[in-house]
Design a protein around this ligand. Structure first.
Ligand SMILES: Nc1ncnc2c1ncn2[C@@H]1O[C@H](COP(=O)(O)OP(=O)(O)OP(=O)(O)O)[C@@H](O)[C@H]1O
Ligand SMILES: N[C@@H](CCO)C(=O)O
Length: 323
């Protein structure tokens, strides 16, 4: 997360008056993340706990999608997945308004956001992802993937002429990958609701145990195996994307496959899905690199870290990676 929208103590206290959270005793902006504005909020004397996350939805979250995200979190929590639900105010409303943004008060979950996972944690994340895919089998909501293949073309054209602000080599890499993925993207794989952004920083861990999956604001209906590919691209490389970790890769895939068997088509599609995942994050990061407001409290993420992953997945020498 990050802080794009500033909230005063008076605004925060007034906002909390609608809830059974007690009296505000402190809040602070959370610097991690890039998408939404987030605050850690502490209260005392309330019936609904004493620590919360307040999220103000920014650029990429369409307010019309919030009921889908909140229903999904309620469903997953009901099915035993460790995910944070939105707290309802005294009138039962979860999705509110603050500082000109849609805003939700979210359950705080214990755990550490990882930056350098170990293989046991990668296995636990693979298991948690598969368990989420199993738990959504009877969820009846759906949402198109707003960050799917069509949006990659759009993001690339919005960056046109500006690649040199990042790295001149990106222009050719992006156009080559887009052409390849447009021709090869599988359309008939098993679909379900997927997380679509399960980076290590979206998995809270206590030791080697998953204590929470967070940040469902890209969740959508898409190929289940694409979710595994996204997770693979996020978990199995050094943070600059320069070095692939085969131990983490094997551990993550083992965790997922222990819970959910991939079909032969899903298995065969993983290499192209991983190229797509790497391009998706190259492009969203490139767009943000060029367009992040100068006054936002946010650390931009390096697009080249995912461009390097895209090159790795595209290298024929790595074709057997998912076997
Ligand atoms: N429900 C929660 N319980 C505890 N901590 C949380 C919770 N939600 C968010 N956090 C903390 O806030 C940080 C930022 O959250 P999050 O990853 O959702 O932000 P984002 O802007 O959507 O980021 P991203 O760049 O991953 O899309 C997390 O890394 C975690 O430390
Ligand atoms: N998890 C993404 C941010 C969401 O688009 C990244 O690290 O680029």
């Amino acid at each position: 997360m990050a802080v794009y929208t500033h909230v005063s103590a008076e605004m925060m206290a007034r906002f909390l008056n609608d809830y059974d959270t007690g009296e505000l005793i402190s809040f602070k902006g959370i610097a991690e993340g890039v998408e939404n504005s987030n605050f850690l909020v502490e209260t005392r004397g309330g019936a609904d706990g004493h620590r919360f996350i307040l999220t103000l939805y920014e650029k990429r979250v369409d307010p019309a999608d919030l009921p889908f995200f909140m229903a999904l979190l309620d469903h997953l929590a009901m099915r035993g997945c460790r995910v944070p639900r939105a707290i309802a105010d005294r009138t039962g409303v979860q999705i509110k308004q603050l500082a000109g943004r849609r805003a939700c008060l979210i359950e705080f979950l214990e755990g550490i956001s990882l930056s350098t996972p170990n293989p046991a944690q990668a296995t636990a994340a693979g298991e948690a992802l598969a368990e989420m895919h199993i738990a959504v089998a009877d969820f009846d909501g759906s949402r198109p993937n707003s960050m799917g293949l069509a949006s990659w073309h759009d993001l690339a054209s919005r960056c046109a002429g500006q690649w040199q602000k990042i790295d001149p080599a990106l222009e050719q890499l992006v156009s080559g990958e887009l052409a390849y993925l447009q021709a090869q993207w599988p359309t008939d794989l098993p679909q379900s609701v997927i997380h679509a952004d399960l980076f290590p920083d979206n998995v809270l861990m206590l030791g080697d145990t998953v204590s929470g999956l967070i940040d469902f604001y890209f969740s959508c209906t898409d190929a289940r195996a694409y979710d595994l590919a996204v997770t693979h691209s996020a978990w199995c490389f050094s943070s600059d994307g320069a070095s692939f970790d085969p131990g983490l890769s094997a551990a993550l895939l083992r965790g997922y496959r222990d819970r959910l068997v991939l079909t032969p088509d899903e298995q065969a599609a993983l290499p192209v899905l991983a190229r797509g995942a790497a391009l998706r994050f190259t492009l969203s990061r490139a767009y943000d690199w060029i367009n992040t407001p100068a006054d936002a409290m946010v650390t931009r993420k390096d697009p080249m870290a995912f461009a390097r992953r895209a090159l790795f997945y595209a290298d024929p020498a790595n074709a057997g990676l998912f076997a």
